[in-house]
Design a protein. Structure first.
Length: 303
């Protein structure tokens, strides 16, 4: 009898799988994507921009945003950007207001902004930085755009999550790591666990609205995530981690498949490893706990 892989190693099941692709075209869609100036988000933006669509992307760095827009100006898409630092809930709110002031339609929302930190850092709002950027920001941003998404139905939300959620659960009694030793892997895992738990809750609430929501792991690919850390981490990443990772183009193609292929229409409340359905870790499937985390997150975000 073949033994099942432990939760922490389930990503290996899909590591070398052949991914699905699509020739489907997106036309006259309005798409919002965060974290699109590098890595996974950038590859997704490039792939989506090959279509005659209207894209709003949110970026923290003005110069990077301008460079990306200039680089992609030859493609069919109309591309605009909003500058916002998603470590600040105030900035998240401002970005959502800007988008709502510029469009009355959002067909697809891709929450891709993410952060990994080897050190415990608190935001100006008093939240642990990785939890704030990876979970609170995407949660608040989504909720602020929900009315527009519902009015545009059928519409889709895709949360770029991570198999990193398997490496740590969520301790809601110590979200800011005041009592426990903080490590990058544990902090990252906690943030992604929280995002998954709230994805299931939002899926339930959106049933019948014409808006779907799914989460996906974008693959074990080379990105700039973690480059905000110290020289030792960056050196280890360059010499060890990056050498075993794949080209992030596979992530862009997979994200495009999940938002564009007709087979994905109506699919909601699922977790994908790239383009293949996967089962998250048990601690990310606790539906009693998910209700607690969802309400707690709403309270933090004041929505």
């Amino acid at each position: 009898m073949k033994k099942k892989l432990p939760d922490e190693l389930m990503f290996l099941k899909h590591h070398n799988a052949i991914q699905k692709t699509t020739e489907a075209k997106l036309r006259d869609k309005t798409i919002v994507i965060t974290g699109a100036t590098s890595g996974v988000g950038y590859e997704a933006l490039k792939r989506i921009a090959q279509n005659p669509v209207h894209i709003f992307f949110v970026a923290r760095n003005l110069y990077k945003a301008q460079a990306v827009k200039s680089e992609l100006k030859h493609l069919p898409a109309t591309i605009e950007f909003i500058i916002a630092d998603f470590s600040s809930l105030h900035e998240v709110r401002r970005a959502a207001v800007e988008i709502r002031s510029q469009t009355q339609k959002i067909d697809i929302l891709i929450n891709c902004a993410g952060l990994h930190s080897t050190k415990r850092i608190l935001t100006n709002d008093g939240h642990e930085m990785v939890f704030a950027v990876n979970h609170l920001a995407s949660f608040l941003f989504t909720h602020l755009l929900l009315d527009t998404l519902k009015a545009s139905a059928p519409a889709k939300i895709l949360n770029i999550n991570s198999e990193g959620h398997r490496f740590n659960g969520l301790d809601i009694t110590d979200l800011d790591w005041q009592k426990r030793h903080y490590t990058g892997l544990r902090g990252y895992g906690a943030s992604k666990t929280a995002q998954l738990l709230c994805t299931w809750e939002l899926h339930d609430q959106l049933m019948g609205s014409g808006v779907t929501i799914n989460a996906m792991h974008p693959g074990d690919v080379k990105t700039n995530i973690g480059q905000n850390n110290g020289w030792l981490y960056r050196l280890f990443s360059k010499l060890v981690i990056q050498r075993i990772l794949k080209d992030p183009q596979i992530s862009g193609e997979s994200i495009y498949y999940l938002i564009a292929d007709p087979s994905m229409d109506g699919i909601s409340g699922q977790y994908f490893n790239l383009t293949h359905e996967a089962i998250p870790a048990k601690h990310a499937l606790d539906r009693t706990f998910s209700k607690t985390v969802y309400q707690m997150t709403k309270d933090f975000c004041d929505v």
